[in-house]
Write a new protein. Structure first.
Ligand code: 5AD
Ligand code: SF4
Length: 435
């Protein structure tokens, strides 16, 4: 028997890339590759990259720099760049790093086996098309191997919103939804393999239209699958949060009480300049409706500080909005100029201002996160156990609200979903006992 070749994939960026990396590994499995967790013994290295902020993109080049030595030692080693940097800078990558053999954009990774064969024959292989065919359908069926209790499932890709700061509409292309029957088949397959929680993914997941009743319709059909216990979805745009989805948060038991609903900023002037098509008040009203449907809903958000022309008063409006919402968790970023996006052409906020605003915003968000976490003490929550903790007999899982929860108890296994009483709160996790 021939030795399997080894594939090392390093994944950057969002959860959609995590899902894509899994699918790429599966596609390469058909070519005789098994995954390895170190680049040192790999026959092929694939970087699945992110282009959302400058720092994310720069990481790719410094990582590639590190592989120079490996490539010098082992000329047979093939190096590939996938994902959004590949899409945005394909040919430039090959120019800047001639040791790169293969570049594949996020819409073309079903062609990876052919590209790998081309690279093996000594040619450079580049594919950053937006092909007509559907990559998900071109991929082989997922292997039947057992897997962990949680999984991502991409249902929608791309975005038509064109927020003025964002590269996604350019790197991932126009909004496309996968048909509901395909998603349901993949979900049933995941459940057969041990998955109990599925997170539906899409850059604009609540714009999903692969089901005649939208994302809410898909969620309700998923909820009917025996053995699937929990459903989540991310990331959502406020304007696509329709009545059916709000209602699902109220009465669909398997839909978890956690929602990532980015607002980006709290000033109407800045929201307009960001091309968000909603006001701060509209967002707050939406939050109110969601909480009316599901009072214990934990909200999470994304924020950008130092967007071009943001004044101190604009920034204060962001702080006010955060105060009004009370987030369970949040991600905040300094605005990063992305070539080709409208905001990159505008007068920029000085870096020192951005740093200062980011610090103030994060201090507030951390306080809120801690407060909501501390409020869990004494409460009972569902926890889906995912892996062993550091201490003997300890297991760690995620609460319904996505907190990491540690429990010490004999007989707990991976994949168990149990009621847990929270007894302690630390900066990034909770501790509980079985209820
Ligand atoms: N600069 C800073 N943050 C950005 N994001 C998207 N584009 C940029 C940018 N140019 C943030 C947004 C988005 C999250 C995924 O990344 O907050 O919701
Ligand atoms: Fe980017 Fe999200 Fe705006 Fe689409 S909705 S342009 S993915 S920030």
């Amino acid at each position: 028997m021939t030795q399997p070749k080894k594939l090392f994939i390093k994944t950057y960026g969002c959860q959609m890339n995590v899902y894509d990396s899994e699918r790429m590994a599966e596609a390469m499995g058909g070519q005789g590759y098994v995954q390895t967790d170190s680049p040192d013994d790999a026959d092929m290295i694939l970087l699945n990259t992110c282009h959302i902020r400058e720092k994310a993109a720069e990481k790719v080049y410094s990582e590639l720099g590190r592989y120079k030595v490996l490539k010098a030692e082992r000329p047979d080693l093939k190096i590939g760049v996938a994902g959004c940097v590949a899409q945005a800078e394909g040919e430039e990558i090959m120019r800047r790093q001639p040791m790169v053999d293969l570049v594949v954009g996020p819409q073309s990774y079903h062609r990876l086996p052919e590209l790998e064969a081309k690279a093996r024959s000594g040619e450079k292989a580049l594919d950053t098309d937006f092909p007509e065919e559907d990559k998900f359908e071109r991929l082989q069926a997922r292997p039947k191997a057992k897997r962990g209790p949680t999984a991502f499932l991409t249902v929608q890709e791309g975005c038509d919103k064109f927020c003025a700061f964002c590269v996604v509409p350019y790197t991932r292309g126009a909004e496309v939804s996968r048909p509901a029957d395909r998603v349901l088949t993949e979900a049933r397959d995941l459940v057969e393999r041990g998955v109990r929680e599925i997170t539906l993914l899409g850059q604009n997941v609540n714009a999903y239209h692969g089901h005649d009743r939208g994302l809410a319709g898909l969620i309700r059909e998923l909820a009917a699958i025996d053995g699937l216990e929990r459903i989540r979805f991310t990331t959502s745009h406020p304007n696509d949060m329709d009545d059916a989805l709000i209602a699902a948060h109220g009465d669909c038991e398997k839909l978890m009480p956690y929602l990532h609903l980015p607002v980006q900023a709290g000033s109407d002037r800045i929201l307009k300049r960001m091309n968000r098509h909603h006001t701060a008040e509209a967002y707050l009203k939406l939050v109110e409706r969601l909480r009316a449907a599901r009072p214990d809903l934990h909200l999470s958000g994304d924020f950008i500080v130092g967007f071009p022309e943001e004044t101190e008063a604009d920034f204060q409006a962001t702080l006010d909005l955060v105060e009004a919402v009370q987030y369970g968790s949040a991600f905040s970023f300094k605005y990063s100029e992305r070539p080709g996006t409208p905001a990159a052409e505008r007068p920029q906020v000085p870096e020192a201002e951005k740093d200062d605003r980011l610090q103030r915003l994060q201090a507030l968000l951390v306080r809120q996160q801690r407060a909501l976490q501390d409020a869990m003490i004494g409460r009972e929550v569902g926890v889906l156990f995912e892996k062993a903790g550091r201490r003997p007999g300890q297991m760690v899982g995620k609460s319904d609200y996505l907190h990491a929860v540690y429990v010490e108890s004999d007989g707990l296994a991976r994949g168990d979903l149990r009621r847990v009483r929270i007894v302690e709160s630390s900066p990034n996790s909770l501790r509980g006992v079985l209820a």
